[in-house]
Design a protein around this ligand. Sequence first.
Ligand code: NAI
Ligand code: AKG
Length: 469
Amino acid sequence: MSAINIQNLQNSFEQAVNLGGSPGAVSTSPTQSFMNTMPRRLSTSKQQKVLKPFSTGDMKILLLENVNQTAIEIFNKQGYQVEFLKGSLPEEDLIEKIKDVHAIGIRSKTKLTAKVLEHAKNLVCIGCFCIGTNQVDLSFAAKKGIAVFNSPFSNSRSVAELVIAEIISLARQLGDRSIELHTGTWNKVSNKCWEVRGKTLGIIGYGHIGSQLSVLAEAMGLHVIYYDIVTIMALGTAKQVSTLDELLNKSDFVSLHVPETPETKNLLSAPQFAAMKDGAYVINASRGTVVDIPSLIAAMKAKKLAGAAIDVYPAEPRKNGVGAFNDDLNKWTSDLISLPNLIMTPHIGGSTEEAQSAIGIEVSTALTNYINEGNSVGAVNFPEVSLKALDYDQENTVRVLYIHQNIPGVLRTVNNILSDHNIDKQFSDSNGDIAYLMADISSVNQSDIKEIYEKLNQTDAKISIRLLY
Ligand SMILES: NC(=O)C1=CN([C@@H]2O[C@H](COP(=O)(O)OP(=O)(O)OC[C@H]3O[C@@H](n4cnc5c(N)ncnc54)[C@H](O)[C@@H]3O)[C@@H](O)[C@H]2O)C=CC1
Ligand SMILES: O=C(O)CCC(=O)C(=O)O
């Protein structure tokens, strides 16, 4: 951790214990608005104590990519400062903005690379208001003590429904008929238009989305087979096949639902298209890197494929706008858009009111819980640690949040520091090189807090420290 980063944490801490900040910067009393936004554990008989790292009004949240209003409402109720932008930002602007925010909310387009995160001196956590987290350098974030949260399934039904719509639309060439009639052409044909019942759908990646798609597709009379790198229980009468080739040989429709990883890059390329049935259809609503588009264009032109639906692209525009999708963005764009029976959508698989509203609540709540209580349950790059909320009768109790390198002897050192007080509870876990300790220590007064902080700050393994009280 850089000296500046430590200084920023120190500044925040000093404000919290009223060493350097104004008296108004210290906030240990609950606000009604805060209590309203704590859906968890409200049924407990004792009233929960609100823990604040520092005045909530100092907490800066940057929300990009039109994150849903539900999230803004939850952050506003906390009293956090929220900056909301509809699009994502170019790298230089992002670097400038990220310098002084405590949390950032993004969707799939904002690239939080090591280069960008290096400038994030105050960043405590990142919220991906989506499923995919490939846009964030997760291990670099963890090394900097930044927890990353996502919404693992709230938009999965929306994606599955879109794919169902596309299966029928491709089989009936709906996209082309619609474009033709928009331009005055009446083209009533049945040639190479099919019912979907009795056809085989091959699903690559049988996770949250793939498995929901499986159930919906069977309800329409499709046979479902799937390929996944792990063995997964089949739903309905679906069957797992053991190789990708087997799936490709047998499927009339192939739909991809894998994450972006080095292994899934160009998972479908020329050899895989060659292995498919003549006249098959491909649907990609996973990530743009998973299908090699020039090979897809070639397979479509050769009539090997009868159609395709594409929702995701290797490069996507930063914001909505006429002319944003062009050959400068992806050099094959003109070739792609000229293909018949090709449905193109602008990465809208998860874009429904239901999904976005649920994601907004889910991710902002996870970020709020982490900021205010230290609970990291649901973090994707980080040890998942949680302690029960403190009650109001637990006076003079401090919650220590200590993120550290996972090396031998650290807990002994830390517990030596904490054991001058009563350690009521502690929970520690590790994830690779990173470990996270939460501890509630009682019988602590304000001057003790400063001393504890300074001692922990001197430990060699420390990545970051927050003390909540
Ligand atoms: N178009 C859109 O708007 C959206 C796109 N997505 C994308 O869909 C992806 C999948 O989402 P979920 O189903 O929720 O993820 P998930 O994690 O529940 O399932 C992914 C499945 O893919 C499998 N898998 C991983 N690598 C594989 C490989 N090389 N070959 C075969 N199977 C492999 C995994 O074992 C897992 O079962 C996300 O990672 C995201 O990139 C997600 C939501 C919306
Ligand atoms: O809605 C978005 O911006 C991204 C959806 C997506 O691709 C995801 O959830 O992984």
